[in-house]
Ligand binder design. Structure first.
Ligand SMILES: CC(C)(COP(=O)(O)OP(=O)(O)OC[C@H]1O[C@@H](n2cnc3c(N)ncnc32)[C@H](O)[C@@H]1OP(=O)(O)O)[C@@H](O)C(=O)NCCC(=O)NCCS
Length: 153
């Protein structure tokens, strides 16, 4: 794999991140949502992965008090299975811990085996389900949690 750099997302990354989101998700976020996340939302931290000047992944988290809510993570299909999401999530958790987060949560489609494996590797465990959470398919979301100090890395 070529050299990959992880860095903070900047407002000028908005178009590229929105384009990547359209490649990666059935129901992508609007460009405006990313713009707000990168410019206005003081609770948010976003990272991007790039290689050769090309955006190949991104991930985000909101930290409120001691809780981190992972908003999204995506890697371009050409770059999957190479540890990019693992790198992004590791760095995202490090940043969130630095802002005081000690427990982390997220929602994920119950069919998304790759994402479930990624989160499971970090110690996230399914704590419950939101029925028909995803409007596009009616699929349930698994609600996952990771608690620091419970034997997790
Ligand atoms: C989920 C996603 C972000 C993972 O990105 P990635 O860079 O390929 O992930 P990694 O290479 O770091 O792999 C993470 C773990 O997933 C598992 N995994 C890898 N490839 C897999 C596959 N094809 N199927 C299932 N699990 C797989 C492994 O446990 C791997 O860890 P390991 O290599 O240490 O064993 C990527 O598939 C993606 O962008 N999917 C579409 C968007 C999405 O669904 N995002 C999650 C929203 S909740």
């Amino acid at each position: 794999m070529n050299w990959v750099r992880i860095r903070r997302a900047l407002p000028e990354d908005t178009d590229a991140v929105a384009a990547l989101d359209r490649v990666c998700f059935r129901t992508p976020w609007a460009r405006n949502d990313f713009e707000k996340e990168f410019t206005e939302n003081i609770l948010a931290s976003y990272l991007i992965a790039e290689s050769g000047g090309r955006l190949i992944g991104y991930a985000g988290i909101w930290v409120v008090s001691d809780e981190g809510h992972i908003t999204n993570i995506a890697v371009h299909p050409d770059w999957r299975d190479g540890g990019i999401a693992t790198m992004l999530l590791q760095e995202l958790l490090r940043i969130a811990r630095g802002k005081g987060a000690a427990r982390f949560t997220l929602e994920v489609r119950v069919s998304n085996e790759h994402a479930l494996a990624l989160y499971g590797k970090f110690g996230f465990r399914t704590a419950g389900y939101r029925k028909a959470y995803y409007a596009d398919t009616g699929e349930d979301a698994a609600i996952m949690w990771l608690y620091d100090g419970e034997g997790n890395a």
